[in-house]
Design a protein around this ligand. Structure first.
Ligand SMILES: Cc1cc2nc3c(=O)[nH]c(=O)nc-3n(C[C@H](O)[C@H](O)[C@H](O)COP(=O)(O)OP(=O)(O)OC[C@H]3O[C@@H](n4cnc5c(N)ncnc54)[C@H](O)[C@@H]3O)c2cc1C
Length: 400
């Protein structure tokens, strides 16, 4: 693919996360003069694990962004467990769809791979955007160091608490809605404890997940129903995590015992935007900036990658009609992300039910869902990503 810019619209991507780096790579390779402003000094990412399911891995593949085998663990079997550790539901991602594969990956590894793919894109670390002022034929951008600049197009890929979204839609349009659930997550190196399958256990008001990662690491997420705003100084201490989640599952206890004061544990409330918004005029929103969602389907990054793919597909068609880009992105993506966002929210609530009768009926029902039904639903969830990937490949193939 071309790496030379061709004099298309000067484009600033705000945020060098999953959405921003994927979009930057895709646009740069299509000849768009793009640069990325990232508020962290070194495009560094803390974090734990993430699943990249077939819909997103297909788009990455179509964009020629490789995920080498040594950095990922293919998702095979996964089990949802009840409080006693009995399987409520299970599946096998590799059986549902062997190609393209679904992966677990450490966020730091994914970030490194996305950064490597973005070679040639001007990256501006340590530059936070504070505000934007859209005009009829461009966008003024203000940075935290007092500098200002003007671009033909701005893509807000600056996450759930997007400054670009706030500038465009105001505080109310950028507000997040709390799910009632707070989450601790970490990745730990413990080759002797890595589970052979992906596990998630539901107990009333709580969930715990353990996910195998490459190089002997395990990604653990722990979710609890709680009032809004519990994360604060010291709430990510290993003792607090152990106190809340020990005794949950025999596999989890030895992992929690290994947590030391040096283990980075992230504690944050799970939220979503009240409304999906892909931007207006010369300002686009993608990824969490457009549609922060609860992580219960493991598709926030997946849909962010799809957004970047959709932008790469649509941008070359709108080079002389930049104002048509936001509506085109919206038309292409809204239904897709609204469906996933709503379903993720519902699953999260259902997983934390505490009423014993409701829990009994839910578990009995989940037990009876045939594998073939779960498989078909999962394939259906992945389908739009696979179709997008096929379109990207077609668009990249020169006509005979
Ligand atoms: C507990 C949990 C588990 C999850 N698990 C999964 C999973 O398994 N699979 C999955 O697909 N998704 C998962 N997600 C969702 C996923 O993490 C997000 O959807 C994804 O990170 C969104 O990527 P993004 O690039 O849009 O935003 P981000 O990853 O938030 O990146 C935004 C970037 O913008 C930068 N930035 C922010 N503000 C500014 C500014 N003003 N100026 C410049 N730069 C700025 C940030 O530093 C960051 O680098 C999970 C989320 C949570 C909370």
């Amino acid at each position: 693919m071309a790496g030379e810019t061709s004099g298309g619209p000067r484009t600033l991507i705000v945020g060098g996360g999953i959405a921003g780096l994927t979009a930057a790579t895709a646009l740069h390779r299509r000849g768009i003069p793009v640069e990325v402003a990232e508020r962290t000094p070194e495009f560094g990412i803390i974090g734990s694990g993430i699943t990249i399911q077939a819909n997103a891995s297909a788009v990455l593949d179509a964009l020629d962004i490789p995920l080498p085998a040594e950095d990922v663990v293919p998702i095979g079997e996964f089990h949802m467990l009840d409080p006693k550790g009995h399987s409520l539901m299970s599946g096998n991602a590799a059986r549902i769809m062997p190609e393209p594969p679904s992966f677990n990956v450490h966020r730091a590894d994914l970030h490194r791979l996305l950064l490597a793919a973005a070679e040639g894109v001007p990256l501006r670390p340590g530059r936070a955007v504070t505000a934007i002022t859209p005009g009829p034929d461009g966008v003024e951008v203000e940075f935290d160091d007092g500098e200002r600049g003007r671009w033909d197009l701005v893509v807000g890929a600056d996450g759930a608490r997007s400054a670009v979204r706030r500038s465009l839609l105001g505080e109310a349009g950028a507000a997040l809605r709390y799910s009632g659930q707070t989450c601790w997550r970490f990745a730990i190196e413990a080759p002797d404890l890595v589970p052979t399958v992906t596990l998630e256990q539901w107990t009333p008001g709580k969930r715990a997940g353990a996910v195998p990662l490459a190089r002997g690491r395990i990604y653990v997420y722990l979710v609890e129903s709680a009032p809004e705003g519990t994360p604060g100084p010291g709430t990510n201490h290993p003792d607090i995590v152990r106190e809340k989640f020990s005794g949950q599952h025999p596999l989890l206890d030895p992992i929690l015992e290994r947590l030391g004061p040096e283990t980075p544990i992230h504690h944050g409330d799970l939220c979503e935007h009240a409304a999906v918004h892909f931007g207006a005029g010369r300002v686009l929103l993608i990824g969490d900036a457009a549609h922060a969602m609860t992580p219960n389907l493991g598709q926030g990054a997946g849909t962010a990658i799809e957004d970047a793919g959709a932008l790469a597909l649509l941008m070359p068609q709108h080079l002389t009609d930049l104002d048509g880009l936001a509506p085109a992105l919206d038309a292409r993506r809204r239904k897709r992300v609204e469906t996933i966002t709503r379903l993720a929210w519902r699953i999260g609530r259902m997983a934390h039910w505490t009423n014993p009768v409701a829990v009994f009926l839910r578990n009995a029902l989940l037990h009876r869902v045939p594998d073939s039904t779960t498989d078909a639903q999962t394939r259906e969830m992945w389908r739009p990503g696979l179709e997008l990937a096929a379109e990207l490949r077609d668009a990249a193939t020169p006509a005979a």
